[in-house]
Write a protein that binds this ligand. Structure first.
Ligand code: NAD
Ligand code: UD1
Length: 338
């Protein structure tokens, strides 16, 4: 049997494909390369010493999907394909709903008609919105995401719940990622954002490597220990191991299951800067800037449900996250394109 990985040429997807190959799984990747790179697939194949089937195409292309399900014996789908830039989603909301919601609709229709009903969906902690207290656990009602990207994730979650209620043959995992960072320890694959990074760790990496001048710290007057925002950063390899555990679990678990993928502890922006300074052996220039619209003071996961039900927990610490992010950046200062 084969695993279909949509968005497998992207940041998280490429690490996932590597982990699947290392588990001796057959992998089919579908990616339109709108934010991914074929180079990442070649490097993954090189690291694993095995090949994947790579199909350049769009998850909204029903004809293509039908062909993929006809040609390959797909048992499970890991659905990473989507757009993820929050600011862009505010400027181009329909593009985001088309890609993220439309993509999931087309994928489910094609899966249904092929009789494939095991799906892992890349959701986000953003579906919790702002809650009264941290940590965030899966029993909390979902909140009000502050942007179209977040709403598209919540819409897909709700659609998948309806699907699994209507047809109990489906087994679906909604995996709510906290803040994935870092890279494979080889330094050969990693996060390669186009343009100026929106997220903290790629931004700091590019400052450390001299591509950007200084980091703007978005607010130092939050009600947190040092005044800067606190997040639950999780190593991308821990995250993909969480997917492997979830895949195994839903094989015998019909319906919808929701798991947080986080470490259960938060670090501030200043903690991240200091960790990077330790890893890179240089100082990271920064200035304090106003708060970024839509940011929350502190978000971290209650990661106990995944530990209890999947036997999974994040194992890599902050120093490993930033050391691996840094190794990738130093080895590939211009990303995959260079
Ligand atoms: P990414 O942009 O690196 O990877 C997404 C991949 O999907 C890219 O390779 C892109 O080319 C591809 N893609 C986009 N639209 C497509 C389409 N219509 N058809 C086919 N391929 C398409 O992003 P990532 O960080 O690897 O994120 C993967 C998933 O996880 C996304 O769904 C994202 O929303 C979700 N997520 C990411 C984070 C994060 O911080 N990185 C946090 C929470 C959730
Ligand atoms: C953001 C998105 C979230 C998305 C996630 C992954 C927002 C409001 N949230 O999460 O929906 O799922 O990315 O794509 O955009 N920071 C700085 N300076 C920077 C960048 C970030 O100080 O240049 C701070 C932020 O204020 C925050 C922390 O660093 O406190 C982490 O930011 P980021 O990496 O963008 O992640 P989130 O905001 O948690």
């Amino acid at each position: 049997m084969s695993i279909l990985v949509t968005g497998g040429a992207g940041y998280i997807g490429s690490h996932m494909v590597l982990a699947l190959l290392e588990q001796r799984q057959e992998v089919v990747v579908l990616d339109n390369l709108s934010n991914g790179s074929a180079v990442s697939i070649a490097r993954v194949e090189n690291l694993a010493g095995r090949d994947v089937v790579f199909i350049e195409g769009d998850v909204r292309d029903r004809t293509l999907l039908d062909r993929v399900f006809r040609e390959y014996p797909i048992s499970d789908v890991l659905h990473f394909a989507g757009l993820k830039a929050v600011g862009e989603s505010i400027e181009q909301p329909i593009r985001y709903y088309d890609n993220n919601v439309g993509g999931a609709v087309t994928l489910c229709l094609a899966m249904e008609s092929a009789g494939v009903r095991r799906l892992i969906f890349s959701s986000s902690a953003t579906v919790y919105g702002e809650q009264d207290s941290v940590p965030y656990h899966e029993g909390l009602p979902t909140g009000v995401p502050t942007n179209p990207y977040g709403r598209s994730k919540l819409m897909v979650e709700e659609m998948l719940r309806d699907l699994a209620t209507a047809d109990t043959r489906w087994s679906i995992a909604l995996l709510r990622y906290f803040n994935p960072v870092g890279a494979h320890a080889s330094g050969c694959i990693g996060e390669d954002p186009r343009g100026v990074p929106n997220n903290l760790v790629p931004f700091i990496s590019q400052v450390a490597v001299g591509r950007l001048e200084a980091l703007s710290v978005f607010g130092n007057d939050y009600p947190t220990a040092d005044g800067t925002g606190v997040r639950d950063y999780i190593h991308v390899m821990d995250l993909v191991e969480g997917h492997l555990a979830a895949m195994q679990a839903i094989a015998n678990r019909p319906g919808v299951s929701v798991w947080n993928l986080g470490t259960g502890r938060g670090y501030s922006v200043l903690d991240m800067i200091q960790a990077f300074e330790r890893a890179a052996g240089c100082s990271i220039p920064f200035r304090v800037a106003p708060r970024r619209a839509g940011d929350l003071a502190q978000v971290w996961a209650d990661a106990s449900k995944a530990q209890r039900e999947l036997g999974w927990r994040a194992r890599r610490d902050l120093d490993a996250m930033v050391a691996d992010a840094w190794r990738w950046q130093v080895n590939n200062p211009g990303g995959y394109a260079a």
